[in-house]
Design a protein around this ligand. Structure first.
Ligand code: GRF
Length: 201
C-alpha cells in the first residue's frame, strides 16, 4: 500500500526479480493517492494497481471495509505499508492482525507517531541534533508507529545534512534494505511475536 513515489515498492520489485525474495509476489498495489508514481511502477510490472482514496468514503469504517474487501479478494498473506499516508482504522487492523508491516524513517521510538511523516522525522532528528538515525520496520497495531519492531538499521547523521539529504541516505542505506529483509523473514516463517517482542529464528 502506497501513497507516493514508491521507491520502497521498487526495492521490493527489485528483490523479487533478483531472486532474494524467491517465494514472494506482489499481487496488488493500492494507493490512497491517484497521482502516486508508485501506481505507475506497479503497472509497469503488470501488477493490478488501484487507487482507493479516503475522500471517497464517509467514514474510516467505510474506508477500512473498501480496503479490506479489495485485499481479501486477492487473498493476501501480508500487507506492506510502503509509504501509505492514510490513517487505517481498527476494522482494517483487526482484519489483518499481525499481517501488516510498515516502514518508518527513524529509529522508533524516536521521531515517530502522529504527524511524523514525509520529511518531518528527518527535520526533527536534525533539530534535536542526534548523531544517529535510521529506519524501522514494525508490525502495525492500533497505535501510530507503536507495533512490535521487526528490524532497525542505523544511519549516521552528517554535520552538513539537510532534511532532504538525510531522507535520501536513510532510504538508500536503511529502508530499501530492511523492508525487503523483513518480508523475506516473514515469508520464511522466521518471525514470531511474543509479549510484543519480535523474535527471529
Ligand atoms: C518512506 O520514507 C517511508 O519510510 C515512509 O514514507 C516514505 C515512502 O517513500 N513511510 P516511497 O514512496 O517508498 O519512495
Amino acid at each position: 500500500m502506497v501513497s507516493g513515489g514508491g521507491t520502497n515498492l521498487q526495492a521490493i520489485f527489485d528483490k523479487i526479480e533478483s531472486g532474494y525474495l524467491s517465494n514472494c509476489r506482489i499481487v496488488t498495489v493500492v494507493s490512497s493517492n491517484e497521482k502516486a508514481y508508485a501506481l505507475k511502477r506497479a503497472r509497469k510490472h503488470n501488477i493490478p494497481a488501484i487507487c482507493i482514496p479516503r475522500k471517497d468514503y464517509d467514514s474510516v469504517i467505510d474506508y477500512d471495509k473498501a480496503l479490506t474487501n479489495h485485499l481479501k479478494s486477492y487473498d493476501v498473506d501480508l500487507v506492506v505499508l510502503a509509504g501509505f499516508m492514510s490513517i487505517l482504522g481498527e476494522e482494517f487492523i483487526t482484519a489483518f492482525e499481525n499481517k501488516i508491516i510498515n516502514i518508518h524513517p527513524s529509529l522508533i521510538p524516536s521521531f515517530c507517531g502522529k504527524g511524523y511523516y514525509g520529511l518531518k522525522p528527518h527535520i526533527a532528528a536534525l533539530e534535536y541534533g542526534v548523531k544517529v538515525t535510521g529506519a524501522t520496520v514494525h508490525f502495525v497495531d492500533k497505535g501510530t508507529d507503536t507495533g512490535p519492531i521487526i528490524l532497525q538499521k542505523p544511519v549516521y547523521v552528517n554535520q552538513d545534512d539537510t532534511p532532504e539529504t538525510l531522507q535520501k541516505r536513510v532510504m538508500e542505506e536503511a529502508e530499501w534494505e530492511i523492508l525487503p529483509k523483513a518480508i523475506k523473514l516473514i515469508s520464511e516463517n522466521r518471525v514470531k511475536i511474543a509479549d510484543r517482542k519480535v523474535y527471529i529464528d
